[in-house]
Design a protein around this ligand. Structure first.
Ligand code: PLP
Length: 461
């Protein structure tokens, strides 16, 4: 197919065609993609993106929950280039390491809560979850509990896209009949979504019910078969679900009683999105045994993930010295990715971006929550720089609109035409802007989103 590829300087339309004719995008619906193709983005600076035609958008999606320090930082590009020139690659298998990877391992140990002083580097969030799940099995086996391999997760969770991480996650739209999933040794509890709790149940009673559900599952399956529990502190792609007050802490206590390792999937909630390096301890008072991270670790400048785990797990796995952890990825501890992560953390510290996420995040959250008064909006939920708006047909019954209404996509299209990117997801519009967002920009997001919702509401009647 040489026609467009042969062009020296492809126009925006050529780029669109190259992509449309050759690329398979994650989660894209084939029909829509063949009709509409994709928006070609060509430049990013701070919270702003430019498409190939030169149109500018405020990216309230933050890439995909990840451009935490904002785009276009020369310092990051220089760190990358410097490391690529010095040592672009060296593997970290068995007995090899490299300077940035070693420094990053020590830096992460400094930032993590409690005794999570150990790191297993991965290529992203999915591989972090995949390796964490296998670490649970390894640890429990080494503890002399070979049957204690199972993982408990929750409905509407998203933990990644490898076979294992996708089997652990359970977002409704992800379970397609064309794929097979691992079901043996994976159990799912109810989604802890206070907005959709049973009618007439208080939030506190709902929380009690959720804890009892976990305890009932343990009683039924047997604690000797459940090795780990995995939870996003705030479920991100499953609908920005902030669990009921006290839920995570109580689930952690149940885990401790039954020797079940608590895995916090902080791929989204770490590195400042909620104003902390890690949200499990600082926001929710939970000390996980394992934390999975990615995304904000490099602010999306390059791919990288990590499994952060406790000295206790290390000691058990290392006992006797004869075993090895057979999980690893060619690009684990990649020198360029590690150098980028170190520079990313340095920038966050120097510019106090966690402080900004706390302060402007609270303002952003409050501005977004004002949208709850609109007729189409059933719920606005989330914390700080992680918020979503849920659209409903009826605020009283909380009934959703028919799928054909496609309202959240239409809202995001309307916002896009006004220079704002928000992410459509089912009946939600989701926002997770970079930590460098200002109050004036938070106002811009609130005002444009309100106009977009009003426009689509008017079209619907
Ligand atoms: N875990 C959570 C909570 C996520 O939100 C994601 C991605 O969105 C992942 C894991 C998977 O990360 P990645 O896409 O980097 O593999």
């Amino acid at each position: 197919m040489p026609s467009v590829l042969a062009l020296n300087t492809p126009s925006p339309a050529d780029l669109w065609a190259m992509d449309r004719e050759h690329a398979l995008h994650p989660w894209t619906q084939f029909g829509t993609f063949e009709r509409e193709g994709a928006l070609v983005i060509s430049k990013g600076e701070g919270c702003w993106l430019w498409d190939a035609d030169g149109r500018r958008y405020f990216d309230s999606v933050g890439g995909l929950w990840c451009t935490n320090i904002g785009l276009g930082r020369r310092e990051m590009a220089l760190a990358m280039a410097d490391q690529a020139e010095r040592l672009a690659f060296s593997n970290t298998f068995v007995d090899m390491t490299n300077e940035p990877s070693a420094r990053l391992a020590a830096k992460l140990a400094e930032l993590t809560p409690g005794d999570l002083n150990r790191v297993h580097f991965t290529t992203g969030g999915s591989t972090a979850v995949d390796s964490a799940a296998r670490m649970v099995g390894f640890y429990q086996h080494a503890m002399g509990r070979p049957k204690k391999q199972g993982i408990v997760a929750r409905d509407h969770s998203y933990h990644g896209s490898t076979y294992l991480s996708q089997s652990i996650g359970k977002r409704p739209g992800d379970r397609v009949e064309e794929f097979r999933y691992k079901t043996d040794g994976i159990w799912h509890l109810s989604v802890p979504n206070p907005y959709r709790r049973p009618a007439k149940m208080t939030e506190a009673a709902f929380c009690d019910w959720l804890i009892a559900e976990f305890e009932a599952l343990i009683a039924k399956v047997g604690a000797d078969r459940i090795g780990g529990f995995i939870a996003e502190p705030i479920q991100a792609s499953g609908g920005v679900i902030v669990p009921p007050e006290g839920y995570l802490k109580r689930m952690w206590e149940v885990c401790q009683r039954h020797d079940i390792l608590f895995i916090a999937d902080e791929v989204v909630t770490s590195f400042g999105r909620l104003g902390h390096w890690f949200a499990s301890w600082d926001e929710f008072g939970v000390q996980p045994d394992i934390i999975c991270t990615a995304k904000g670790l490099t602010s999306g400048y390059v791919p990288m993930g990590a499994v952060l785990f406790s000295d206790r797990i290390w000691d058990v796995m290392a006992e006797g010295g004869a075993r090895w952890f057979s999980s690893g990825y060619t690009y684990a501890g990649h020198p360029v990715a590690s150098a980028v992560a170190l520079k990313n953390i340095e920038i966050m510290e120097r510019e106090d971006l966690l402080g900004n996420a706390t302060k402007v995040g609270a303002y952003f959250e409050a501005r977004m929550k004002e949208l709850a008064a609109m007729p189409l909006v059933g719920d606005v939920r989330g914390k700080k720089l992680m918020v979503c708006v849920e659209n409903v047909a009826d605020k009283e019954t909380k009934a959703v609109l028919p799928d054909e209404a496609n309202e959240s996509k239409r809202i995001s299209n309307a916002a896009e035409a006004m220079g704002l990117m928000v992410r459509p997801m089912g009946h939600l519009n989701v926002m997770s802007p970079p930590l460098v967002i200002t109050e004036a920009q938070a106002d811009f997001v609130a005002e444009v989103l309100e106009r977009a919702i009003r426009q689509v509401t008017d079209e619907l009647v």
